[in-house]
Design a binder for this molecule. Structure first.
Ligand SMILES: [Zn+2]
Length: 94
């Protein structure tokens, strides 16, 4: 599976798929009616990637132009974070 980028929280990675509905409903449908159980199972199949960090569905592929831009912005932001007005902890000046 390809890597995705969350447009909400800038999370990057392989997202888990969202499973809709309830396993209990599926079980009961199979107990009493085979056909609705099958239909429910098909509808329930995990097919929507969700963000692993914030559980939203606003994911774009990392290889897309928007994904590349978000990943670059997130990288720049995390790189500049420790240097924001604070002394560098790796500095040799004491
Ligand atoms: Zn997210």
């Amino acid at each position: 599976m390809q890597k995705m980028v969350c447009t909400d929280c800038e999370w990057v990675g392989e997202p888990p798929k969202l499973i809709r509905g309830s396993g209990w409903i599926e079980f009961v449908l199979y107990l009493f009616y085979i056909l609705p159980g099958i239909i429910y199972s098909i509808w329930r199949r995990p097919n929507m990637p969700v963000c692993d960090a914030c559980s939203c569905r606003n994911l774009v592929p990392l290889s897309s132009p928007v994904g590349i831009r978000i990943a670059k912005l997130a990288e720049i932001r995390t790189r500049n974070l420790p240097a924001a007005g604070e002394p560098d902890p790796n500095s040799t000046f004491t």
